[in-house]
Design a protein around this ligand. Structure first.
Ligand code: FES
Length: 276
């Protein structure tokens, strides 16, 4: 039995905003009944102010899916489109006082319905779930979605991906692939053919470290929403600060180790990297 908060129970037993907004200005359809969850979000939007004046939902799914959808409609009402698009799946879960971790995929579905409705309002092509390489055939989940949800929620394990996307939670065949995606996301790749300069002056060493951070390390971190600042170089000690998504990330120790490995490969094998 899931441990639901009182707010989840309340939003499930007395959900708000059920149904379909009449003459909706935006419609967001996500999920599929075959996969167990589906959600239609409809919005009424004031054309002059861009403010969402009404929101309703129709959900096929479990108690958490209904509570999450209801929470989503409450969260978006009164917000402008620009304000609404900043709502995260964690905001939906927080509104409910939390969700059992195994049910976080319901909050993700809410966030996806909002993305789909906003795209629909802006006249953009529908967010096609099948886009990208299909990883989990049981739940129709693409690599793109796994990467996006993992980055947004700092997910590092296959179990967490199952909780947030359902991918991997069926036959389990795709689990090694999910693991490979996570490994690729959260670790820095060491170049295949490092060119190790033999003897470097202090100035050459500092210049080389700066160049490697700029050209190799920073782009890899930025691709996952993080960043790095080089603070100081004292002999073989390199002092850095991790920024953005890297700040407080549970994998920051692995990231630090990856940076050190790369600098040892490319500059000198006695380099130590410390984060401030
Ligand atoms: S293919 Fe992903 S769980 Fe079956």
């Amino acid at each position: 039995m899931w441990d639901y908060t009182d707010k989840v129970k309340q939003m499930f037993l007395n959900p708000k905003n059920i149904g379909e907004v009449e003459n909706a200005d935006a419609v967001g359809d996500v999920g599929s009944i075959v996969c167990g969850d589906a959600l239609r979000l409809t919005l009424k939007i004031d054309k002059e102010t861009g403010r969402i004046t009404d929101a309703k939902f129709q959900t096929f799914g479990c108690a958490s899916a209904i509570a999450s959808s209801s929470a989503l409609t409450e969260l978006v009402k009164g917000k402008t489109i620009e304000e609404a698009r900043k709502i995260t799946n964690q905001d939906i879960a927080d509104f409910l006082g939390g969700l059992p971790k195994e049910k976080m995929h319901c909050s993700v579905m809410g966030r996806e319905a909002l993305d789909a409705a906003i795209a629909n309002y802006k006249g953009l092509p529908p967010v096609v779930e099948e886009e990208g390489r299909l990883v989990c055939k049981c739940f129709n989940v693409t690599e793109e979605k796994i990467r996006k949800v993992a980055a947004e929620n700092h997910l590092t394990t296959v179990d967490e991906i199952i909780d947030f996307t359902k991918a991997g939670g069926g036959c389990g065949e795709c689990q090694p692939e999910i693991e490979a995606i996570l490994r690729d996301m959260w670790s820095l790749k060491v170049p295949e053919k490092p060119s190790v300069p033999k003897k470097l002056t202090n100035l050459q060493k500092i210049a080389l470290i700066q160049e490697i951070i700029e050209k190799e390390i920073r782009p890899a971190l930025q691709a996952d929403g993080g960043d790095i600042d080089l603070l100081d170089i004292d002999g073989s000690k390199v002092l850095i600060a991790l920024r953005g998504m890297c700040t407080g990330c549970v994998m920051s120790g692995v990231t630090l180790e990856g940076i050190q490995t790369k600098l040892r490969e490319l500059v000198s094998d006695n380099i130590t990297v410390e984060a401030q």
